[in-house]
Structures are given as C-alpha cells and as structure tokens.
Design a protein around this ligand. Structure first.
Ligand SMILES: [Zn+2]
Length: 136
C-alpha cells in the first residue's frame, strides 16, 4: 500500500487548510514527507499512522502555538490525485479522493463524539432535557 517518498512529494502542494486559517498569524515552519518514528493520528481521516509509514508532516505556528499536522499515506495519495487532477479519469462523478478522506475523518470524529455523549449519559454527567422533564 505504501508508495515511495518521491511519489508523495506532490502531496506537499496540497493546501491543508484550503483557506480555513487565512489569517496572517499562520506561519508554516515545515512541510515534508517523512517516515513515521512512532504512531500518530492522521488529522484528515483520523486513521492511525503506523510506525514506519511514509506520511506528510507539517508544522505550523498559529497564534504563537506550534501545531503538527500529520496526514497518513492514504490521505497523501489522495492529495497527490487532487493536486494532479487525475481523479477525473477514475471517478465518474469527479469527486476528489481527498474529499472522501475528509468525509471519513468526519464520520470518525462524530463517531467519537457520539460515544462520548453516550458515556456521559450513562454515568449521569449529561442529562437530556426531555428525560429531565420525564423525571419530574
Ligand atoms: Zn489519513
């Protein structure tokens, strides 16, 4: 599944934030394709980046705070496709593969949130308005 570093270099051209953080306080300190020395979480799909996986690591400074963003191998490949616009050939609907990776991350993220809500309901930290009324 892993492709070599050279093939992923194009992923570096993919704008990670697509204008979301357009303010001048954002400074990109580094942006490179690296080999993982530990386990990380991909910030796009929320998947695990395993040790030894070739992935993108970008360090940014937002409001004086250093943030490292890591994108897994699969997401990097999707970025390469987006950068090179070669997705149009394989995909009838022309959807960018990176959008599918972001969608995956969103479903994982909301899955986690959902689990947190269920946990909070179970141990009584969170009470729904409706059940409050029912209890009275
Ligand atoms: Zn990923």
């Amino acid at each position: 599944m892993t492709i070599d570093k050279q093939a992923l270099e194009d992923a570096l051209d993919f704008d990670l934030f697509a204008g979301d953080f357009g303010d001048s306080d954002d400074v990109e300190l580094s942006n490179k394709i690296v080999t993982g020395r530990g386990e990380y979480t991909c910030f796009i799909c929320y998947g695990t980046i395993v040790k030894g996986e070739i992935h993108r690591s970008a360090v940014h400074k937002f409001d004086g705070e250093l943030m490292t963003y890591r994108a897994c191998n699969e997401c990097c490949k999707a970025m390469v496709s987006s950068v090179n616009y070669d997705f149009a050939d394989d995909n009838d609907d022309g959807q960018e593969p990176i959008d599918a990776r972001y969608a995956l991350g969103e479903s994982m993220y909301f899955g986690w949130e959902y689990q947190e809500i269920i946990k909070a309901l179970c141990d009584g930290r969170l009470v729904l308005a409706e059940s409050q009324e029912a209890a009275q």
